[in-house]
Write a new protein. Sequence first.
Length: 205
Amino acid sequence: MQPFTTLTGIAAPLPRANVDTDQIIPARFLKTIARTGLGKHLFAGLRYHANGAERADFVLNQPPYREAVILIAHENFGCGSSREHAPWALLDFGIRAVIAPDFADIFYNNCFKNGILPIRLPRAVCDALIADAATAATAHLTIDLAREVVRRPDGAEIPFAVEPHRRHCLLHGLDDIGQTLALEAAITAHEARLAAAPYLPAISL
């Protein structure tokens, strides 16, 4: 998993509440278990007409937001079904962070497992960031995970908090498998001790 340290780039405003996982990646695209190739289907129902043509009024079809790496939304982002394809699609498009007042729990957990940083900020702050992002000239944000701050285009810093273990895993690029492999030496030593221990037969009661 790619480490998340400092991210600077285009933030796309998506002032919608209750964006569910079927909006993020519709069910008809869940036929794959690969984590790549889903970015083109991200928000398919919002990005495309029925004939496949792009909707000019959707933010990710507009410059500079085609290159967005941050998404700013309203409450309850990622609600609905628990599909892990939702963060896969965001990541494959290029989104590395989502800022919203709150998130659905399963989606929130899946983000961390896939290298995406979900940041909870008050609605008023999200609205201020959405207003910044609405103009191309002020659509750049910087997220410093080590310091736990979001830096606005005018230089103002907004603090946020991430649970320490999750912060550590993102900073070091550790998913669940990576966390286990980090303990490989201790696991190997433990297995060697077990192999060397005298065999003790089971005691019948």
